[in-house]
Design a protein around this ligand. Structure first.
Ligand SMILES: [Zn+2]
Length: 156
């Protein structure tokens, strides 16, 4: 008889929980609590309620930890992103490319034409990023393009 009265409540709680596993677990605990509510009152009931409360608190703690971890990861990703945006700006300037590297036809700065050499080189960035590499690998400094020899036009 008792179950007939309680089951609709459990069913309703389950329905409200939807397909979220954590919400379903909470719904199960609430349904258990509802069933026990009419059964044996007293210390056993209190112990079970305490146990369920502890479970819910643990779930809550677990979720808080996950959120903290995600916030920390988001900060790290944003820091990486800032770093790479800066490096991209400096390096594209060093080779006279647009920051989109000519890959974005909708780019307001270059209309997708900003491949390396399209703009004036940023001398400071060139000296920092490119020159040391060319000095260590001088054979790369005299490149053949369409049969013409490209030589150093900047002061060494
Ligand atoms: Zn561009």
């Amino acid at each position: 008889m008792n179950n007939n009265v309680q089951d609709p409540i459990a069913a309703m709680i389950n329905q409200m929980a939807g397909k979220n596993p954590k919400a379903q677990m909470i719904a199960q605990l609430m349904a258990q609590q509802a069933r026990q509510g009419t059964g044996d009152p007293g210390s056993i009931q209190n112990d079970k309620t305490k146990g369920q409360t502890k479970k819910l608190l643990n779930i809550n703690l677990e979720l808080k930890k996950k959120i903290q971890k995600l916030i920390k990861e988001k900060k790290q990703i944003l820091n990486y992103l800032d770093f790479f945006i800066d490096v991209n700006a400096a390096f594209s300037g060093a080779v006279g490319a647009c920051e989109c590297w000519g890959g974005d036809p909708d780019c307001e700065k270059c209309n997708g034409k900003g491949e390396p050499g399209y703009f004036e080189l940023d001398q400071e960035q060139f000296d920092y990023y490119i020159k040391p590499s060319l000095k260590k690998h001088p054979s790369l400094y005299h490149l053949e393009t369409d049969g013409e020899k490209v030589t150093d036009t900047t002061s060494a």
